[in-house]
Write a protein that binds this ligand. Structure first.
Ligand code: TRP
Length: 324
């Protein structure tokens, strides 16, 4: 069976953009593959952060992932810093990675440009990501478009290390691109993202979701209640497609084009659809919050399983390279 590996930053509670764009797919993959998923806290310490805040965000991310349906019986979920072999392998990979490749990474260039002081971690971020994936000899990595260049680098690192040590240890992983189009934020302008404050949290109560949905951007040309709308340009319509069945989506489109419904009517139907899917997730999360030991145990178990594979890979790496 193929092995899947993917990682997610510990940004705290998941939002529906992360959920629809990535995590929902992760949940579906568990039935068909050997899946290993990781909350990448080593990646999250490159910029400024508060240790207590990092601890909280890591935990909240793990709770969100379990609540969203990652099942410790089917797949492995762990926190990256519980398996220190990730950083060990990253160091080794640094020694086979061309500096020029790292400097050419778009994400590095973008971020470096926006910061006055850049640390070496930002440059070697993709090397750590390569180590994450290659440690488990993963074949497939479900990611978005923005990570394809990092995966290309991981493939190169695998080739370079294998060639240098005449080994076939590392596999070249392939991206598994998620079909979902990117989920726009409530402003209807930019990608849903925590830093832009345009998100709906996966675990938010219905009242809180409604307070955000109600004023959310719709078709800008629809000024009066009686103006007919164009569903295709409306972000709310795209969310209907994610949360409601085809017949409902079709009905929404008809009501919008004919001005049969106002935007508020339309949003109420969206709220219903969203809550049908999100209420069980929210309830699972509340239960995990009430029993913190369940989360602690599941993560320890995940780290034990992934650690076993990681230590075995590192044993071979050390042996092959003449390290002690
Ligand atoms: N760089 C990824 C992101 O920002 C997170 C990540 C870290 C990752 N390690 C990974 C993704 C390994 C896939 C595989 O989204």
């Amino acid at each position: 069976m193929s092995t899947i590996f993917s990682g997610i930053q510990p940004s705290g509670e998941l939002h529906i953009g992360n959920y629809l764009g990535a995590v929902k797919n992760w949940v579906q993959l568990q039935d068909r593959y050997e899946c290993i998923y990781c909350v990448v806290d080593y990646h999250a310490i490159i910029g400024s952060f508060e240790p207590d805040d990092l601890r909280r965000r890591t935990r909240e991310m793990a709770i969100s992932l379990f609540a969203a349906g990652l099942d410790p019986e089917k797949s492995t979920l762990f926190v990256q810093s519980m398996v220190p072999e990730h950083t060990e392998l990253a160091w080794i990979f640094n020694t086979v990675t061309p500096l020029g490749e790292l400097e050419r990474q778009t994400q590095f260039k973008d971020k470096a440009q926006r910061q006055e002081s850049v640390n070496a971690g930002l440059l070697i971020y993709p090397v750590l990501q390569a180590a994450d994936i290659l440690l488990y000899r993963a074949d497939l990595v479900p990611v978005g478009e923005d990570q394809v260049q990092h995966l290309e680098l991981a493939r190169e690192v695998a080739r370079k290390w294998n060639a240098k040590f005449a080994s076939e240890l590392f596999l070249e992983p392939k991206p598994l691109l998620t079909a979902t189009r990117r989920i726009m934020g409530l402003d209807g302008q930019s990608k849903m993202s925590k830093s832009l404050g345009n998100t709906i949290g996966l675990l938010e109560e219905p009242d809180a979701v409604w307070a955000k949905l109600r004023p959310a951007m719709t078709d800008p040309a629809r000024v009066r209640r009686t103006d007919p709308g164009t569903p295709e340009v409306c972000n709310i319509y795209h969310l209907h497609k994610a949360f409601n069945d085809e017949a409902t989506v079709e009905h929404v489109a008809v009501q919008c084009r004919s001005a049969g419904w106002g935007c508020i009517d339309c949003k109420k139907v969206l709220l219903d659809g969203m809550m049908r899917e999100l209420t069980p997730i929210r309830e699972r999360a509340r239960e995990l919050e009430a029993h913190p030991e369940l989360v602690t145990d599941a993560l320890a178990d995940g780290a034990a399983r992934s650690g076993k594979i990681a230590r075995e890979t590192m044993r071979v790496v050390r042996e092959t390279m003449g390290l002690r």
